[in-house]
Design a protein around this ligand. Structure first.
Ligand code: SAM
Ligand code: SF4
Length: 322
């Protein structure tokens, strides 16, 4: 699948629920409001969706949310994504709630990669950001996951102006010996985090300069890699990554399509429209689904308008998973 900006689309990010049990201050500052939807895509619909995208050239699927681990059928979903012909990587983004409890099931289902959100290594700060005093448990579970040796593991933190230098020092201690990638994500403005955004948004140039001065070298992104530029250093087992959606040229390398937990295709995270695929996820609709996806990618926006403060439909990133 090639869009009009000549970008090859090979990476599907699928939200399987909007619901979340955390209340991160930059995402859901008031926690999840209302009741969890009863209309999340079923396992069968997800199967048809993923096979359809795989036949059109998607090679990697990331399961996200909300918090994807609240779905009891997550192992089945992983398994069927993995079984879709052409999918060679299945990844999961999670806040790490009860992580250790799930690991064996995920390994058995064939999960390749876990992205775990850890915004700080300070226990009080973690509780203040997420509304959950769980850092020690999550760090212990991360150790268990690493010891299993079954998953590629990345840690995600938002890049906050007042804290990133301390977080970087702590992250370097970890990547010194552990084969994980610690990635900073520039804070993105949404309608639910405006005050925090203006107080804490930092551009990643200073971080990049600090890494380069310390001898870190950028690596080349692979075809299905996400938007991070990852840096390596001979003295460190792991990597440091930077996701900089406000940097010039960020959208030029976009290889992603997103689908919401109720089957709406978002051509860009910050688009102001989405497109309902659900009627085409029913039995016997495969060729109509193909045709619809192929025609919709012709209107994939060339870029987002975040710099103008326009986050489109994204009131918060739990709606579609970042
Ligand atoms: N609940 C899961 C988690 O937190 O990992 C998956 C969904 S969450 C929306 C996916 C990622 O988006 C997390 O790493 C989170 O830190 C990031 N995120 C959420 N809101 C953000 C924002 N406004 N700016 C930058 N990153 C954000
Ligand atoms: Fe939930 Fe993830 Fe948003 Fe935090 S970042 S509130 S864990 S969806």
């Amino acid at each position: 699948m090639i869009d009009p900006a000549k970008r090859k689309l090979s990476y599907l990010r699928l939200s399987i629920t909007e619901f979340c049990n955390f209340s991160c201050n930059y995402c859901l500052p008031d926690g999840f409001v209302g009741k969890r939807s009863r209309s999340e895509l079923s396992v069968a619909e997800i199967g048809n969706l993923v096979s359809g995208f795989a036949q059109l050239g998607i090679k990697k699927v990331r399961l996200t949310g909300g918090e994807p681990t609240v779905r009891a059928d997550l192992p089945q979903i992983i398994e069927l994504c993995k079984a879709a012909h052409g999918i060679n990587k299945v990844a999961l983004t999670t806040n790490g709630y009860k992580l250790a409890k799930h690991l064996e099931d995920w390994r058995a289902a064939g999960l390749d990669q876990i992205n775990l959100s850890i915004d700080t290594f300070n226990e009080e700060e973690f509780a203040a950001i997420t509304g959950m005093n769980l850092l020690p448990q999550i760090m212990a579970d991360l150790e268990t996951a690493l010891n299993m040796g079954a998953f590629s593991i990345k840690l995600n933190a938002t890049l906050n102006d007042s804290t990133w230098r301390t977080v970087l020092c702590d992250a370097l201690e970890i990547v010194k010996t552990k084969p994980v990638t610690f990635r900073f994500i520039e804070l993105m403005q949404t309608t639910h985090n405006t005050d925090l955004f203006f107080a804490e948004h930092a551009r990643s140039e200073a971080l990049k300069d600090q890494l380069v001065q310390a001898g870190w070298q950028s690596t080349t992104r692979g075809e299905t890699d996400g938007p991070a530029i990852e840096y390596t250093h001979a003295d460190f087992a792991g990597r440091i990554g930077i996701i900089a959606p406000y940097a010039p040229g960020f959208c030029e390398t976009c290889n992603r399509l997103r689908v919401s937990s109720e089957g709406k295709l978002h051509l860009c995270l910050f688009d102001s429209a989405n497109f309902d695929l659900r009627p085409l996820l029913q039995p016997g609709k495969a060729s109509e689904l193909h045709a619809r996806i192929k025609s919709l990618i012709q209107v994939k926006p060339a870029e987002h308008h975040l710099k103008a403060g326009d986050s489109g439909l994204m009131h918060n990133l739990s709606l579609i998973g970042g």
